[in-house]
Design a protein around this ligand. Structure first.
Ligand code: PNS
Length: 168
């Protein structure tokens, strides 16, 4: 039986840390579905279409990897996709409490049919988050160590757009 895993997240935007988790988990499972949360109540910099397009830009085509959005409960999305493993990256101890809460909630909601597997962040990904990328970009810092170079321009354009919006 094929083992299908879902790597869910906001990916606002995808960082080098996310890319590392995608690469490593796609080598472990038969299929990896990158589930991009489409949640109108959560304030994202990028629309779900933009976030998916950025992921497609940096993740080379691979028949084992599917990139798609989801809304509502993660467990419902997983049922539709016939997936039973959730992948989450773990950075510092500070991630643990929130991640444990997510993992236990999803386990209960799925009658213990869904397992969460944590992958430790690589050394390079340990300090990385989408929020840090956005903050550094907004303050004019160098984000090349945090995100793929193919996304730098898109992010810089978004900073200009955001600044224009806040000046209106
Ligand atoms: O990248 P993020 O923002 O840390 O990812 C969070 C995500 C998308 C994994 C989480 O918010 C999620 O699964 N949301 C879907 C709604 C849901 O299923 N909630 C119940 C579990 S708490």
């Amino acid at each position: 039986m094929k083992k299908v895993a879902v790597y869910p997240g906001s990916f606002d935007p995808i960082t080098r840390g996310h890319m590392d988790i995608i690469k490593r988990s796609s080598e472990i499972f038969d299929k990896l579905i990158i589930g991009v949360l489409n949640n109108s109540s959560k304030k994202s910099w990028f629309s779900v279409e933009e976030r998916i397009s950025m992921i497609k830009e940096v993740i080379s085509e691979n028949e084992k990897i599917e990139i798609t959005s989801f809304s509502g409960l993660l467990v419902d999305f997983m049922k539709i996709k016939k997936a039973d493993v959730i992948i989450r990256g773990l950075r510092a101890v500070s991630d643990y409490e929130y991640e444990l809460q997510l993992a236990l909630t999803n386990s209960i909601l799925s009658d213990n049919n869904i397992e969460t597997i944590f992958l430790p962040a690589s050394r390079e990904g340990l300090y990385l988050s989408s929020s840090i990328v956005k903050e550094v970009a907004l303050l004019g810092g160098d984000i090349s160590g945090f995100i793929d170079e193919r996304l730098e321009k898109i992010i810089k354009n978004k900073v200009i757009e955001t600044r224009r919006g806040s000046n209106d």
